[in-house]
Design a protein around this ligand. Sequence first.
Ligand code: PLP
Length: 393
Amino acid sequence: MKTLYLDNNATTQVAPEVLETMLPYFHELYGNPSSMHSFGGQVAKQIREAREQAAALIGATPDEIIFTSCGTESDNAAILGTLDSYLEKRHFITTRVEHPAVGNVSAYLSRKGYRVLELSVDREGRLDLDELRESITDQTAIVSMMYANNETGVIFPIDRISEIVKEKGIPFHTDAVQAVGKIPINLKKLPIDLLSLSGHKLHAPKGIGVLFIRKGTKFSPFMIGGHQEKGRRGGTENVPYIIGRGKACELAKKNMEDENTRVKALRDYLEQKILDRIPNTLVNGDRVNRLPNTVSVSFEYVEGESILLLLSDLGICASSGSACTSGSLEPSHVLRAMGVPFTAAHGSIRFSLSIYSTKEEMDYIIEHLPPIIQRLRDISPFWKDYLKSQNKK
Ligand code: PLP
């Protein structure tokens, strides 16, 4: 059975060009970039190039790039490394819809006695920027808000958010794990101090991340060890992955146009056909300010997990909530924060496309999804109650 992979916000396929670039660094050029000999030295040169490629994708300079082990480490390092530099400040501001890589840091900070404020969002997943402005105090150590949401694809207005935070002279971090490579980001124009990204969301392998730290930003290393990354992150560099990630950044820069035209058109096509063919279906989140590859749809009165299993039987991979939160039957914290009604939040499915997605795949889903939803509604007591209530009207 063919696999139709529409779960690219969970992880992506490693691009063949990326894999090819990485392979020699496992068994031929395996030197340590810190070594004095030229065998190691040639690897250091490739790491420099990967750093330039990572910087070029986001408008940074190479010495503002630190390689980490994943997006989660980048988020943790950005927040905890900043708090460690402002020990006297005990106030942290974030949102209610962050990925657990930030959300669970908030919970940890609350337990440690920090005052944590998680700003809420409206029904479309949007923030109230006046509330943000009013919340910042001289006790605020850092504000951390995601660039784009992993479940709904909603993009926060990071240009305005970062300006508000900078006007108050407070460090600003953004988790851009889902945004980088999908939408243009130019750090020359945005007053962002720290930005996290992850390799496996843009066709590099799992287990490699990047943290951008703007020149002059106060930061205490989170991973304490050797002199690597100019003393900002200890640990021998993960050479093949760093080099693969560099290549993935170069490819992402080239593919951004395709992502924002062809992939977006495919997403819109899938979304519209689903809405046309399946009644009682809603799209979650702001449909304008949204990643080009993501759609979160809720099918009222059915369980997302049952839909996923039936799709999986047909080789279709999607997700209910984020990959990290599925496995529990609670509606996702993101949909709850948006106030999506219980009957719809339970039946939510995220399709996330990539540059490898095709029109044939969309058509296959459009053909098979309506009977799946109908089959599940036929056995749903909630659907029966809904039909009865409609008949009474
Ligand atoms: N932040 C966001 C928005 C994500 O979607 C993810 C992964 O799903 C992460 C952080 C964590 O990244 P990683 O899996 O590289 O630790």
